[in-house]
Design a protein around this ligand. Sequence first.
Ligand SMILES: [Cu+2]
Length: 114
Amino acid sequence: MKLSHTLLMWMYLGVSAASNNANGELHASKIPITVTIDAFQFQPDKIRIKRGQSVIFINKDEVPHTVTPDKNSHFVPSGIIKGGEQHEVFFESAGVQSYSCDFHPSMRGRVIVK
Ligand SMILES: [Cu+2]
């Protein structure tokens, strides 16, 4: 009795994990991509997304950063992202959208929007 109950539990856990996995892959294109800001670097600093997809920038540093579009880039600037906070940026225009941090101009990254 006890053994079969344990077996059922394991089967249930197995099925549940598998369906979560399949679900995640099915909707992968709609899941926002994450860029981590860590040690004064965007990681990764180059990503490819589809138009309409968003990118969540997570600031793991203790100081504030921004995601500010270059002159020829088209997206709404993040404004200040405080240390430990995050901000979602929406990319509606195709092309290479390059950006930098207002406070640390050497911090640069690119989002390639298809
Ligand atoms: Cu910065």
